[in-house]
Design a protein around this ligand. Structure first.
Ligand SMILES: Cc1cc2nc3c(=O)[nH]c(=O)nc-3n(C[C@H](O)[C@H](O)[C@H](O)COP(=O)(O)O)c2cc1C
Length: 489
């Protein structure tokens, strides 16, 4: 009895707060032998999105217990597809302060300095109130940004005082007219909030490109219904497409309008890349209208979700590497790259993940699921059922209370800090003290048992303005066919 009371009252372990006594089984097995833990606890997670080692890294960094490991790598470095970051014979010192990335093109009057790693979009609705509070408080402590996700701007996002990227999706939650359209006035009022630093239009996300967000009815309680402006208890399915644009030109104009309504704050859009031709059409529209978004977030097909059909998660959309390189090269080739910053998300959890994405064309990164791990997610994969065992992805208040905001927000802060530090240490070992010094030749990939090639050799990298001057043969057909007034494939 005493133990049970202690379990419920303590703040460190969410699993014990929700499963007093029983939850000790997990820790008992963990302490006995890793193999036992793997058999009894992890066996359900075979082939699940994040492997155990990656999760352990996040947990340890979040708890502040990360330590050096003895003996050396357990990876098979000769496996085809293995990647190697290249150390320099002349390493640099690690910068004392992590660099930040200025977001704000020529039309932006209130630029924002983004951290190298931020909290990716996850809405209040998919996450519990305490989870949102912990993430935002962590963002405030560490000086990084939290993306609200498409479920609206709630009090839980605003109260702690962390920087926010306010995302709207096809449901325009939080700035929705009665018939489900975009309400300019409400958007302008909310975007003016001092903690909203950037605004973002979600076109698609990697786990389910081409279909709208889904919030299962079991998670739509009275509060969620109020924040989103929808009916309690009913599954919320956002439309697959936006009402505010039907062509690349209209998209670009709408983004400019969003920035205007947001009082000059940076505007961007998020997408999982599909057709290169369509993206080039958007670049042509930017050139024709002479207006650009301030940032674009590329989400990889490996990205996560609170709820999506498996077929979409598995088979639709480009993985992050290809998506990033497409967007980066298209913007360079169109002479637009210096006006637009690129964010990247998709299974970014460690410093080396971060460095690889910067090498492939990103300026900064966002993490969703790794941040969930930092606040106690054990990858039970029950986000869509409202029965998350650790209170992270549920609207069940009783379960949600397992997330102790004070403890978990510090974990978010520690995790982000340690991961950025690790990225900077890796860069320094590569002879680079500023992310802008990273180059595709610094990342190698084993393409067969006997051959290793650099990203510079394996992929095509355009010169600034090359598409405008003379598109290389490999890009010419798409570039010529791209139409700023139509999304043609
Ligand atoms: C629980 C959950 C909810 C999400 N909700 C949104 C959302 O509202 N809007 C959005 O753009 N992406 C959403 N995403 C996608 C993430 O922002 C991110 O792009 C994707 O998961 C890749 O990052 P990760 O691999 O670090 O999780 C969600 C992801 C998760 C796991």
């Amino acid at each position: 009895m005493v133990v049970a009371v202690h379990d419920i009252a303590q703040r460190r372990h969410s699993i014990l707060r929700n499963y007093p006594l029983l939850g000790h089984l997990r820790f008992a097995l963990e302490s006995l032998r890793p193999e036992l833990q793997q058999y009894f606890i992890e066996r359900n997670f075979d082939g699940r999105p994040f492997d155990r080692d990656t999760r352990s890294i996040v947990y340890e960094r979040a708890k502040g217990t990360a330590a050096e490991e003895p003996f050396g790598t357990e990876l098979d470095l000769y496996r085809t597809g293995s990647e190697y970051l290249t150390p320099s014979m002349s390493p640099r010192a690690v910068p004392a302060e992590p660099p930040r990335v200025r977001i704000g093109g020529p039309d932006c009057t209130r630029p924002y300095d983004m951290a190298l790693l931020n909290v990716s979009a996850m809405s209040f609705g998919s996450l519990s109130a305490n989870a949102v509070l912990a993430l935002n408080t962590g963002a405030r402590l560490g000086g990084f940004a939290q993306d609200t996700g498409e479920g609206g701007l709630s009090d839980y996002h605003l109260r702690p005082g962390g920087d926010l990227v306010w995302e709207i999706g096809t449901g325009y939650f939080g700035c929705r007219t009665e018939d489900g359209g975009f309400d300019e006035q409400i958007f302008a009022e909310k975007a003016a909030h001092e903690h909203v630093k950037c605004v973002s239009l979600k076109i698609s996300q990697g786990a389910k490109p081409g279909i709208g967000g889904v919030l299962p009815g079991v998670k739509v309680n009275a509060e969620i219904a109020q924040v989103r402006g929808v009916t309690q208890g009913q599954t919320v399915v956002s439309p697959p497409f936006h009402r505010v644009y039907t062509s690349p030109r209209e998209l670009v104009r709408f983004l400019a309008r969003m920035r205007e309504l947001a009082g000059g704050k940076p505007v961007g859009f998020k997408l999982c890349v599909g057709s290169r031709r369509e993206f080039l059409a958007v670049c042509k529209a930017m050139l024709a209208e002479d207006t650009t978004p301030d940032f674009i977030v590329v989400d990889g097909a490996e990205g996560g979700t609170g709820a999506a059909p498996l077929e979409f998660a598995d088979h639709v959309g480009l993985p992050l590497g290809e998506g990033l390189m497409t967007v980066h090269n298209a913007l360079i080739g169109a002479g637009l790259r210096d006006r637009i910053r690129i964010g990247a998300s998709g299974k970014i959890a460690t410093g080396s993940d971060l460095v690889k994405r910067l090498l492939q064309g990103a300026d900064y990164t966002n993490a969703a699921r790794a941040m969930m791990f930092a606040i106690g997610c054990i990858q039970a994969q029950r986000c869509h059922t409202n029965t998350c065992p650790v209170g992270v992805a549920t609207q069940d208040e009783r379960r949600g209370r397992a997330v102790d905001v004070g403890d978990k927000s510090q974990r978010v802060d520690r995790y982000q800090r340690a991961t950025v530090k690790s990225a900077l240490q890796i860069m320094a070992a590569m002879g680079v003290d500023d992310p802008r010094g990273l180059h595709p030749h610094m990342l190698l990939q084993r393409v067969d048992p006997h051959t290793v090639r650099s990203y510079a050799e394996l992929h095509e990298w355009l010169e600034p303005g090359q598409l405008l001057a003379s598109a290389p043969t490999s890009w010419a057909t798409d570039w010529q066919a791209a139409d700023p007034d139509r999304f043609t494939r």
